[in-house]
Design a protein around this ligand. Structure first.
Ligand SMILES: [Zn+2]
Length: 251
């Protein structure tokens, strides 16, 4: 995350006749730009599915090495810390799949062909029923890593589904049933996460190195901010607590 665009910042939620709750997928792969993005974007949904038996995997594109306001922090130490925090958060979510780090330099992520091949490799290997990620079409989102991570999700699903893409990988092609995009420009689907809000909060809490820079835990009530966001989305959908997505199922 970047502190200037906190995903918990209150904003009006517009949902036009959203669909609610897909059938629990057998395998889910959530792809985020930075350690903590997946937990912000869909942590409660993943916790709900994990409890129902879904194999949840995380893929983090960058090394999170710009996630500090303290210029004296060692870069290598911060990278190791953020990987450890992401693994802790995945455990709290109940994820039983992989936690993968592509290790790209924070702030310099690109949706290029080499990275598309890497993400395609993981989609073919893990065979997710559902892939989740950033919405690359989100208007006025200026952080390039979030935009590029979003393109990597959509472009890699296209490549993974078709045997003629990257045949040198020697892996069976795989077509997920759907993509769910968080912080979506036009959200049209919600997952009811009543009962899983605390799991999301605890997973976010595991990112201790981000408490001050992203979560403002020194100046505000972070737990209330997490709950308020889930409540706002739930209210807009006419249910309890919810996370909202753009659902793409014509893959
Ligand atoms: Zn981020």
């Amino acid at each position: 995350m970047s502190a200037a665009q906190n995903p918990l910042t209150p904003e009006p939620v517009t949902l036009r006749n959203p669909t609610c709750n897909i059938e629990t997928p057998s395998r889910a792969l959530a792809i985020g730009a930075h350690p903590d993005d997946v937990d912000f974007g869909c942590g409660a949904t993943l916790a709900k599915w994990a409890q129902a038996g879904c194999e949840v995997s995380f893929l983090v594109c960058t090394d999170g090495s710009k996630g500090t306001w303290d210029s004296s922090t060692s870069r290598d130490e911060l990278i190791a810390t953020r990987q450890r925090e992401q693994r802790d958060a995945a455990n709290i979510i109940g994820a039983t799949g992989e936690v993968i780090f592509l290790g790209q330099t924070d702030g310099e992520l690109e949706s290029n062909l080499a990275l598309r091949a890497e993400v395609t490799h993981w989609i073919r290997l893990l065979k997710p029923t559902v892939v989740l990620g950033h919405d690359p079409w989100k208007r006025y989102r200026i952080h390039p890593d979030h935009r590029h991570a979003g393109w990597l999700v959509t472009d890699s699903v296209v490549a993974a589904r078709d045997a003629t893409f990257f045949p040198e990988q020697g892996l069976q092609h795989h077509r997920p049933d759907m993509i769910l995009l968080w912080e979506a420009d036009e959200p049209d689907h919600v997952e009811d996460v009543s009962g899983f809000a605390d799991r999301k909060y605890e997973a976010l809490q595991a990112h201790r190195s981000q408490h001050v820079s992203t979560m403002s835990t020194d100046t505000g009530d972070f737990r209330s901010a997490v709950m308020a966001k889930l409540e706002t989305v739930g209210k807009a959908a006419g249910i309890g607590l919810a996370e909202a997505f753009k659902l793409l199922d014509d893959l």
